[in-house]
Ligand binder design. Structure first.
Ligand code: SAM
Ligand code: SF4
Length: 342
């Protein structure tokens, strides 16, 4: 542990301070979502390229000394990583880390939820893009929608804080928006509609496939005609840094959020950084190579040296997707979501 009497924060040249770390524990996945995975056979990282738990915990402790307080475990599919509960347990012991959450596709959730709970996991984001088994197969590349739904059910019974992540893609699942709203209202789970980003491995992304927040709101308003109206002033997203803008319904039943990275990017409030499963520090989703922390660890660098490297790298954090939009630089496959961890 570094003696740190005057803590340094991860502040970039746009004056943003990082508070959240997303840790991808694997690039492997048991799904093949059309908006994420490359086509054909995917070449996964070799096991020896992947950080072991001890390395992840050491790097996270250094980030914690730099002001990171929240950790999200992601992937690929994080639940494919064997004994993940041991990592979660160790992360909960790091001073300054207040919450540990996970983003998962939910396929293995039912089987692992009890271990996750006892290890100290606080919250779950579960991805769900359709309620139709056949569509699930074409959109997510696997059968067994029921496993995901059972996972959601079991996680809510165990009292987990749950958000559902839903990527809406034109002509693929935009006809289910209202069903998702009904689901949010019936289950009281928060649904977050995510605009399709050019982080697709298959190269299908284009603007026409993006169903925008405004389109979705219009659709919901017209469907619930006069019964439900949105109240933007009731926006319960109390943290400026939350990428989702959250809307309540007039009758107080249910909540929906929007992550509108294409039409309303939140880059100016971004407070997150990422650690890839092969040990690269990414300051932005759209950063390709990042900064190799694994090499430092495996070359016996000290915590202080790693901390200094993280601090100096972070000052170079790019402005983000907002800049790409400004220069008309969006195109398919700008980065590979399954290797970064969304
Ligand atoms: N496998 C886990 C899952 O699907 O929840 C965690 C990793 S996944 C990369 C994290 C989140 O990124 C998911 O909610 C997924 O829907 C979202 N995502 C993946 N590709 C995306 C894209 N091109 N645009 C927007 N969101 C995307
Ligand atoms: Fe796998 Fe998640 Fe990507 Fe779907 S979004 S392919 S579940 S990593």
């Amino acid at each position: 542990m570094i003696q740190n009497n005057s803590p340094k924060l991860l502040k970039d040249s746009f004056n943003r301070v990082a508070r959240k770390l997303r840790i991808s524990v694997t690039d492997k996945c048991n799904m093949k979502c059309i908006y994420c995975m490359p086509n054909g056979n995917v070449k996964w990282f070799d096991n020896k390229e992947i950080l072991n738990f001890q390395e992840i915990v050491r790097i996270t402790s250094i980030f914690a000394q730099l002001g990171i307080t929240k950790v999200r475990i992601t992937g690929g599919e994080p639940l494919l990583r064997p004994s993940l509960e041991n990592l979660i347990r160790d992360l909960t012991k790091i001073q300054n880390i207040k919450t540990i959450s996970m983003t998962t596709n939910g396929i293995l959730l039912e089987d692992k939820i009890n271990q996750l709970k006892s290890a100290g996991l606080n919250a779950l984001n579960i991805s769900l893009d359709t309620f139709r088994e056949e569509r699930f197969r074409t959109l997510n590349g696997i059968s067994n929608l029921n496993k995901v739904l059972n996972g959601i059910q079991k996680a809510s019974e165990l009292g987990f804080k749950i958000k559902i992540n839903t990527v809406i893609i034109r002509d693929w699942n935009d006809d289910e928006i209202i069903n998702f709203v009904k689901f949010a209202r019936d289950t009281k789970l928060s649904i977050r509609f995510i605009e399709f980003m050019p982080l697709d491995g298959s190269g299908i992304w284009n603007y026409n496939l993006v169903v925008t927040k405004q389109e979705i709101i219009k659709k919901i308003k017209s469907d619930f005609h006069n019964v439900i109206s949105f109240d933007e002033h009731n926006n319960s997203s109390s943290f400026q840094s939350d990428p989702a803008t959250v809307y309540n319904f007039d009758d107080g039943k249910g909540k929906i959020g929007f992550i509108s990275s294409i039409t309303e990017p939140f880059c100016s409030n971004c407070d997150r950084v990422r650690l890839t499963s092969d040990g690269r520090f990414l300051t932005c989703l759209f950063e390709k190579e990042g900064y190799d922390l694994k090499k430092m660890i495996r070359n016996a660098k000290t915590d202080q040296e790693i901390m200094d490297y993280i601090l100096s790298s972070h000052t170079k954090k790019p402005e983000g997707i907002v800049e790409l939009i400004r220069i008309n630089g969006l195109r398919p496959t700008l980065n590979l979501m399954h290797t970064i961890g969304g």
